[in-house]
Design a protein around this ligand. Sequence first.
Ligand code: ZN
Length: 459
Amino acid sequence: MHPMLVRKVLYPAYRALKRDDVLAYLANMHRVEVMEPEEIRKYQWEKLRKLLTCAARHVPYYREAFGRLGMAPEDIKNEADFAMLPVVRKQDMKTSPEAFISDVYPKNHLTPDATSGSTGESFYFHVGREARQAGSANTIRMNQWIDIAIGDKIALLWGTAFDMDKTRKFTNAMKLRLSNQIILSVYRMDESSMDEYVKRLKRFKPDLMAGYPSATAHFAQAIAEAGVEVFRPRAVVLSGETLYQWQREEIEKAFRTPAYNHYGCREFGAIARECKARNGLHIACERLLLEVVPSDLTGEDHDAGELLVTDLDSFGMPFIRYAIEDLGSITWEKCTCGLGLPRLKTAIGRTFDVVKAPNGNALGGTFWTFLFKRKKGIERFQVIQEELSKITMAITPTAEFSDETRQYILNKVREACGPDMRVRFELKPKLESTPAGKHRFVISRLGSRRASEDERSQV
Ligand SMILES: [Zn+2]
């Protein structure tokens, strides 16, 4: 469908039919995103106060938390006061989900949702009307940062839902058509599928391509190896996994277009995205308040820590100081693009994507991908930590894999982790991926950090 038809006619008609406030949220974001940092903080703080007042009054978990602290929402005047509220972990919400749902929020405004969970265990939650609509507006706005407008054609390299019934399959297909999107499934990434994808992209001519970094880089490598020319979209957006520099380079080369890093999750939708300056990801502060708290998983980077998210629009089932299980750091330094929104600076990755070493070192995905990229003979890899002093290297080898490769890796690991780290190699034709089709380079099975994972972030 012609993008203009979607943008000017179908999309506004759809919103009017749904009688929602997505376009009003969008207008507000355009107003706030260019404010000075001080004004943005003030805006966030006003929204936070409103959320805390509602939560303390109507949400059992927070009624109790405020009671225990002997505090009222009005007593929370600064960041230090706010930090007295408990950090909420996924497990807390899993154990007693009812305690997190507001007594007075209209039930018909709550939409059930779930993460697919990388270990097969789903996390169920509810999204209120305000959070859902603000989330939709946020995605549109982030696309606008990179000149992608409502109705522009999008090709998604995602894991498609395969457990849907016929009706949902049909409505989903209609939705995709009306929003000018196609899905190329990451579950089929063999040679013939790739040929087919190249042809489909040529026919569809997407303005934007979006996908997981691992799958998109894999596709890019296949394109480069085959020496074929693929359709050139105006931009590629990468999300759902940590993006590594080498992946970005391979993707930009194959598609001959800039690639942007995007950070989001099932619970909140879009959280942060790179602007055209591509120097950190601007955080959607109108919707989300991010905090950085100290963590022993950040190694050398002292600015970084564990991220906590407060969804400022979540009145039905509030997410307040929620541990999203990611690591990063934030800067409020002004960006050259003119947006006043702060940026997420470091993307060390997920808290369970870090190997902890017996010598006290903490090694994120960047270390491992760099190590394996340096050596020929490795098609794909996965590092699995079972115990503090034991890791397994699962490798899909190519013909060039040799004892020398093995020794090289072993030496580098011992250098970084100390002599007590035991390393086991496992050569496999295929490596395990998550139910949503993501590839995880590092899997930590240490303690409680064996967490579930978001399914995917919509672009
Ligand atoms: Zn910027």
